[in-house]
Design a protein around this ligand. Sequence first.
Ligand code: ADP
Ligand code: MG
Length: 577
Amino acid sequence: MTTGVGTHEDLRAALRRIDGRGYKAYQDLRGTYRFPGGWELSIDHVQGDPFAAPSRIRARVPAGQAGFPPELWQTRTRRVALCDYVARTAARVIRQMARGRRGSGSSGRIAVDEPGQQVLERTAVVIGPECAELRLSVGLPAQGRRVLGRAAEEMLLEELPRIAAAALYYRALDPHRVRAHVELAEDQEFIRGQLRARGLVAFVGDGAILPRESGVSDRPMDAQRAVPFETPPELAVEFAVPHRGVVRGMGIPAGVTLIAGGGYHGKTTLLRALAFGVYNHVAGDGREWVITDADAVKIRAEDGRRVEGVDISPFINRLPMGRDTRRFSSDDASGSTSQAANIVEALEMGCRVLLIDEDTSATNFMIRDARMQALVAREKEPITPFIDRVRQLYVEHGVSSVLVVGGAGDYLDVADTVIIMDEYRPRDATAVARRIAREYPSGRQPEAAGPFGPVRSRVPLPQTVDPRRSGKPRARHRGVDEIAFGYEDIDLRHIEQIVHPSQTAAIAAALVYLAERVLDGKISIREAVKRVMAAIDENGLDVISPFQGHPGDYARPRPHEVAAALNRLRTLKVRGG
Ligand code: ADP
Ligand code: MG
């Protein structure tokens, strides 16, 4: 890559020189250009043609001029929130100047990786002791395959400076809003950090708006229609957070919690809000004060998924044809075996809370009632249902469960806490549920033969995690739900806690990093993913990028979702330790 430094006038001259020439002439622009005011534009990667992935550029302002007060970026939580704010600002400015197409392919497009409702660590903006940097992708404009120098001049010499001026200088931002954004994230993180010490797995603040606008939107349902969250007095807790003061809401205690209630009364909506409560949310989202243990994992049935060498024997044993369930592999798992594997894999990664909704569970995995026990002998049923393991998971492994159960009343026997959703209002029904459990015995026999037992770590065989395609590593994401990894496609449709396509992009890159730099035939999945996370902590999210130029579109995934992707790679083989 060229790293020549010129001025913005050199860039202008270059653009005039190549105007009308073949698209390849844009390659000459690579390098760094100093603009008036002292900020710099780096053109890192130039697309091969107007239809290729856009070019990658950076606008960089020296810290002294950018002027962000160090207290806004010195801790990780603050820095992440500040960078998020700047990325949102840049996205807004870009939207405001949006105009029509400027030629073929991606011509004229300027884009920043725009955050959604969550505040995630991203590569789009980097703010630190040296500079404030914004990473953009641009479609260098063409008419057919000819350079449109004039249009490029407008983009790079007029629009880009306006974006930089509006987003990369602290003085251009509203200091109160910046601070509020950073402090909100810090308050949220504070509560998350306190949950365990307070014996809780989640917190839902008074007045939270849990329902979303629609099934395809992550934005809040409008205030006219949404019923705000009301804390049941028995479950009320308070947190004295650093900035907002005292925040009151419902604490969900560790242990086994049921969310019961009639159909359409808001059970699934509450559980989904808890699933996303592992992330911080922006003000106005409605879930700002929905905070969940960072290691909570949403579990569901996922028939058809691939499973490799997972010990699902606590749940499933004595399969027909004597298949071994202590090292269970399948190219097409059933509802119950997939749900069992999802749980065991989550445990293997250090999950602390299982979030399970009956709507997306295999019924026979969740329950076998007294009548079914009478009809089908224990020896003929391979499944030990979750109801017989859920307490062991808590007692032996300290793993709590929050379960949406509207139908299977037998679960009242195993619950520590029962919440009823009643017209979107939660009610504590723990005492009533206890009484009912006593008065109406379920008559079922517990089916767990012994303890849940230890969870084994699996060691991936490196040659089975191969990102190469025609010799070169290649991993791409398609939207949120799919990764093309070498010759394989990884299906992430049922990994519900990925919230942004940029997380999927980062998972794809993390898998390549794992394959090329971490897996050695000895390291376990958990340790391997930990190592990637440690590298990111140390060197920033850029570290997993294989790209020429900056990876301006990564958002940090959790270790759980990185492992989930690896676990769904159809070629994966493991050695079971
Ligand atoms: P359940 O799982 O109990 O059947 P859902 O959570 O699926 O119910 O909710 C049913 C419908 O009610 C959904 O369309 C959802 O958007 C809406 N809804 C959920 N919570 C609220 C609320 N607090 N205020 C208004 N509508 C809500
Ligand atoms: Mg439901």
